[in-house]
Design a protein around this ligand. Structure first.
Ligand code: OGA
Ligand code: NI
Length: 359
């Protein structure tokens, strides 16, 4: 542990926040992406109108006569995008605002304070970092983050940042509210697949929740870099809160679509585990983050996942003579081993290694 910290410091860890605060006029070379991977900001080529992205009113789920309508909307959204936004989701706006305030205060702390939590070991239950993994990334991304295990809360919360003093309480409340919401979403998603309402939830009962609090500081050259590269999330589903625009998802035609900022809404993204459990009826959504010149953007990604060692495979109910299993089984632990042993894991997605070639 001591060793890891020392070598990180020797590598001269520099956060994106430090660069922004020092007023650099350009991004350092390590952030500059090859032209083909840049985000084409402001150009309409390869982008599409964002007004057609699904927004679902979750209060319908609690109204017996309207629930099936919401389930149908979820089914359509999951099939087409693996993504939707939700409104009337039941998490009070004060809980959301308090969590964002605590995150702002955390990233505003002096460097030395944040460095107490720095680690490049993806198995660490609490870690602060920059880019994806600053000690191995070939190209760096304009992002700082603090990630922590969050469920069950009492098991982890003592290890969370003690500064700012309100952090544990405010982010803890948001984590609990998100965990509850994720259960309702898993029920609705199971139903939308024609599975028992409890199917996915039973699979994930002892599952983990990791919250990644991301900070994308204002960037002097947003056109040459990204906040996060294209990827899909490994878990069952991700509930994402964004403080302003920046997230883009890839649609079925491989066009990037900017996800509009909707006040009070939360974003739901399907992860690789749901793709496997649904035997590919639903796909995990590929997404990336663009940065901007003017504001520090914050996001909370609540990543829900099955238990570390539990093997995930296509739901037997969805398989028959005409529908063979299209994926091999895997566990969250297999995924962590994959990303720690593959420097270039962004080039080949883990889920693609599980696909069985169709005969
Ligand atoms: C993530 C992620 C998107 C965002 O943390 O996995 O995709 O907008 N975040 O921060
Ligand atoms: Ni993601």
């Amino acid at each position: 542990m001591e060793e890891t910290k020392k070598s990180l410091l020797d590598d001269s860890f520099t956060s994106a926040m430090t660069l922004t605060n020092s007023g650099v006029p350009q991004v350092p070379d390590r952030y500059v992406l090859p032209p083909a991977q840049r985000p084409a900001l402001g150009s309409s080529i390869g982008t599409r109108d964002d007004t057609t992205l699904p927004v679902i009113d979750l209060s319908l789920l609690h109204q017996p006569l309207l629930r099936s309508r919401a389930i149908h909307e979820i089914n359509m959204a999951c099939k087409e995008f693996g993504f939707f936004q939700v409104i009337n989701h039941g998490i009070p706006s004060s809980v959301v605002k308090d969590a964002l305030d605590a995150a702002t205060q955390f990233f505003d702390l002096p460097v030395e304070e944040k460095m107490l939590l720095v680690s490049s070991d993806v198995h660490q239950p609490v870690r602060y970092g920059t880019s994806i993994n600053h000690s191995t990334d070939k190209v760096h991304y304009w992002r700082d983050f603090i990630k922590h295990y969050s469920h069950p809360l009492s098991k982890w919360i003592d290890m969370w940042p003690s500064n700012p003093p309100c952090y544990k309480d405010k982010v803890g409340k948001y984590a609990e509210a998100t965990h509850l919401l994720h259960k309702q979403l898993l029920e609705a998603i199971s139903e939308s697949l024609g599975l028992e309402k409890n199917y996915l939830q039973e699979q994930t009962e002892e599952g983990s929740q990791v919250i990644a609090v991301n900070c994308y500081p204002a960037c002097p050259e947003p056109e040459v870099t990204l906040g996060m590269p294209p990827h899909s999330d490994f878990g069952s589903l991700t509930i994402l809160l964004q403080s302003s625009e920046g997230l883009q998802i890839m649609d079925a035609n491989k066009n990037w679509v900017c996800v509009p900022y909707i006040e009070g809404a939360l974003i739901v993204q399907l992860g690789d585990q749901v793709e496997v459990m649904s035997n590919g009826i639903y796909k995990s959504v590929i997404h990336r983050v663009t940065v901007n010149k003017h504001v520090n953007r914050l996001s909370f990604a609540s990543l829900h996942s099955l238990p570390l060692h539990k093997k995930i495979s296509p739901a037997p109910e969805l398989l028959d003579g005409n529908n063979a299993a299209a994926y091999g089984e895997f566990s969250f632990n297999d995924f962590l081993n994959y990303i720690s042993s593959n420097d270039d894991f962004l080039q080949e997605r883990f889920i693609d290694t599980l696909k069985k070639s169709s005969s």
